[in-house]
Structure formats: C-alpha cells, structure tokens
Design a protein around this ligand. Structure first.
Ligand code: ARG
Length: 472
C-alpha cells in the first residue's frame, strides 16, 4: 500500500509526475504531529462506535509503534516511494496492525488531516520560537545591566543626535522582540481551532465527534466552516509574517552591532569566536555572522511572499498548490532557530569599549538640544531658542570650535538668558540624567525598565514552559 488512492485509475502515475507531486521529502517533518492527530482520530472513532473500542486501542498502539520505527528510519530513501507522510504512516501502520489499519482514515481526508497536523506542529514550534526570543532578550538585558553606566551618542539619519544610555539602546530591541512575541502568540491563538472532520471539503456523513478530537489535541474547539477549514493557510501566513518582521528587527540589531564594531565607531568588540578573517588581508576581523543575520532576512521575507503568492486567487476549497506551504514555513522556523542560536553567542560575548563610548559621547554638539531646552526653561519661546542655538552652532562650526568652546560672551551676544551654568550641560551624564519624560533615557527610568523587563521575562518563561508541557 504505497498510495491512498488508485482504484479508479487504469495506469500508474508517470514517474515524472510522481517526482513532481510527491512531498514526503518535505512533509516528513510533520511525523510527530501527524501521529498525534491520527491517535486522537482513532480514539474518537472508537468512542462514537464507528469502530470498536478494541480496534481503536489496537490502532493507537500501532501508531505508537509506527512512530518508534519511523523516528529511527532515515526517510531519504523513501521519498520517491511514498507520496507523502500520510501515505507513509498508513503503510507502516498496516505493517504493524494488518488490515485494521484501513479503518483509520474513516471520516477524514488528507485535506483536513494535513491542515490539522500543520496547525498542531506550528502551535508547538511557535512555543520554541517564543522561548528562543525570550532567551535572547535575557542576554540583551544582561548586557544592558552590565553596561548600565555606559553612554553613547544616539543617532538619527546616522548623524550624532543626542546621548543615550547604551542600555537604553539594548532595551529598544527588547521592546521590538516583545512585540514579535505578541504577534506570534496572537497567531497561535487564532490557529487554535481544529480542522479535522471537515473531510475533503464538505464535512462527513458519519457520526464523528469533532469537539472530542479538538479537545484531545489541545485545540480550543473545531473550526466552524468545513470549506474554510481545508483551504485556510492564514495560520502559516501569519507565522511567516511575524517571523519576517522579527527578522527586520534582527537585521537592524545586526546592522547596529556591525557599525559599532567598525573602527569608525569602535563602541564594541566582537569576540574572536564570532568573527571571521579574510583569505587575503591578514589583519581583517569581520562581523560575517551579523552580516548573515542581516542577509538571511531576505529569505524570511521571501518565504512569506512565496506563500502569499501561492495562496493568492486560489478557488475554494483545497488545491494542491497548498502543499507548497510547508517549504517556506519550515524554512522560516529553522531560520529563526539558527539565527538565535548564533546571536546568543555574539551578544553574550561582545565587549563594550567604554573609553571609545565616552570619547564619542563628549562631542559638544550632542548637547545642543540640552542648551535649547535650557533656554526654554528660561521662558525663551521654543522657535527663538532653536534659532539662537542654531546660530551658536554655525558660529562654532565656522570658527572650527566646539559648542562648548565658544566664550560666555559669545553666548550672551545671542541671548541674555544664558548664565555661566550653561557650560555644565556639556556632560553626557548630566544630559542623560536631565531627561524627564516617561520612556526616556534617564538612568533611573532605564534601570526600572530593566527590572520590569526581567520580571516580565521570568513570567513569560514560566508560561511558555507550561505551554510546552501541555503539548506533550
Ligand atoms: N500532501 C498534501 C498537502 O500537503 C496533502 C493533501 C493532499 N490532498 C489531495 N487531495 N491531494 O497539501
């Protein structure tokens, strides 16, 4: 039994057609989920009396054996022999329990089966990604804490703007990753409905119990519409979209670290373990890993676009096009896992060059906005203050001076609101400490954010662990 259909055909499928349509090479990844779905289905068939309780039990124990056998086997040499994972399991089950195996597929189709296995598989994988993100956030927080007194220039348009705490910069990524997690959790919530029992498209004429299967598999409830059940791939699209956005964040972090690691910035030094050399230039130490994190985001976007295009314009309900959902989905999940496994090391081992950070954050123009706010506090209207400080900046630039290098008399020429204490502003620590607004880079606020984030991560880790255990 190497196919789940065939009686109505006079001829065997052509070799080229087999090669083109067979999907075991990709969908063997669903083995674990598929076995669970089949076990739940067999239990349900027994419960409602479509098959006997005894048959139901034999099918379940047979499926355990199939799982044990297939886990050990290399699937490679079978990919041209069996159409897909469903067929392979069916055929192995027949080897274990004989003809009884033929009762397993009662009241279901591969269309609802694959949709169910995919959701179950994805629900589990999403938890793995959530845990990986959380672990990485914890590493970012450790760096933030370790370097909590380090100040760097913050940039807009990649031009020095105002000083910020290095910790504040790391926390920005913790926030982004938090949103990524909430997107994944949200997608997971929506995929938590069970399509099994939708049949090929119209439902079943047998007295199957969809709620029983749904609950047994840990879904909230069965899906509402059988046509939608077998033709929906939103769950995969949403996950791919969330991973694509996640990679936008990772690529930006990678870029920041690449810049900071350059001689031009010199804010950090990457560890040798996570740097590469040049085959020609003996002195080079390159951030290839971060470049690849940045580069591989292209694949994450491609995977999303690939499935969007596959799904676009498909008529209801199931179409074989949809088999192409797996490759991009699995690829993006692997991509995320691989990216975090290496990023953890990169960020954990990077060293902050405090002296370089300090030197860079002393640039007097970084405090121009503080001088402006100084005037505003002295009741000078904002736009007037902006123009006064702008003129001082121009004067400093024209005379090859710094903003703090101009004389007090010069300051007074532009505004009588200036007192000598204006020169106290040219200090990164004063600048950071002077921020007052919620969410700003004031050290106390940043310390509080670190504390809150740590608590949140602890709660989430517990929650994700529970979710993982519930899936067993
Ligand atoms: N391998 C197929 C997929 O992944 C399973 C469903 C096949 N159904 C069908 N009617 N040919 O989508």
């Amino acid at each position: 039994m190497k196919k789940l259909w065939g009686a109505r055909f006079k001829a065997e499928l052509h070799e080229s057609a087999k090669k083109f349509t067979y999907s075991l090479g990709v969908d063997h990844e669903l083995l674990g989920a598929e076995i669970k779905v089949s076990m739940a289905h067999a239990l349900m068939l027994g419960k409602v009396g479509i098959i006997s309780q005894r048959d139901s039990r034999v099918l379940v124990s047979g499926l355990w054996k199939v799982l044990a056998t297939l886990k050990k086997k290399s699937i490679c040499h079978m990919i041209n022999e069996y159409e897909d994972i469903h067929t392979l399991i069916q055929s192995e089950l027949e080897k274990k329990v004989g003809k009884l195996a033929r009762k397993l597929h009662t009241g279901r189709s591969r269309n609802d089966l694959v949709a169910t296995s995919m959701r179950l598989y994805l629900k589990e994988k999403i938890v793995t990604v959530l845990e990986a993100i959380t672990q990485f956030q914890a590493i970012l927080l450790t760096q933030a804490e370790k370097n909590r007194s380090v100040i760097i220039p913050g940039y807009t348009h990649l031009q020095r703007a105002q000083v910020v705490l290095l910790a504040h910069h790391f926390l920005a990524y913790v926030e982004m990753l938090e949103r990524d997690k909430s997107r994944l959790l949200d997608a997971r919530k929506r995929m938590n409905q069970c399509p099994l029992g939708a049949g090929a498209l119209a439902g079943s004429g047998l007295s199957i119990h969809r709620m029983f299967v749904a609950k047994l598999l840990g879904f909230e409830k069965p899906t509402a519409n059988s046509l939608d059940s077998v033709s929906d791939r939103d769950f995969a699209l949403e996950t791919l979209a969330a991973i694509a956005i996640l990679f936008t964040h990772l690529s930006r972090l990678a870029e920041d670290l690449i810049l900071w690691n350059s001689q031009e910035f010199g804010f950090i030094v990457l560890d040798d373990q996570f740097s590469t050399g040049s085959s020609l230039m003996p002195h080079k130490k390159n951030p290839d890993i971060l470049e690849l994190v940045r580069g591989k985001s292209g694949e994450a976007y491609g995977n999303l676009i690939s499935l969007l295009v596959t799904m676009k314009g498909l008529p209801l309900a199931y179409n074989r096009d949809m088999q192409e959902d797996k490759k991009p989905l699995f690829a993006s999940l692997h991509l995320a896992a691989n990216a975090f496994s290496v990023l953890n090391g990169v960020v954990r081992t990077l060293r902050v060059d405090e002296a370089n950070c300090e030197r860079a954050s002393k640039d007097s123009f970084l405090f121009a906005t503080d001088v402006l706010e100084y005037l505003v506090k002295k009741k000078v209207p904002f736009l007037e203050a902006h123009s006064i400080v702008g003129s001082l900046v121009r004067r400093a630039v024209d005379s090859h001076s710094t903003l703090s290098g101009l004389s007090f008399e010069t300051y007074r020429k532009y505004s009588t609101a200036f007192r000598k204490d204006v020169f106290d502003l040219f200090d990164p620590k004063v600048s950071a400490a002077g921020k007052q607004s919620f969410g700003s880079t004031k050290p106390e606020l940043v310390a509080r954010q670190i504390r809150l984030a740590k608590e949140r991560l602890k709660d989430e880790s517990k929650r994700f662990k529970q979710m993982r255990h519930q899936q067993r």
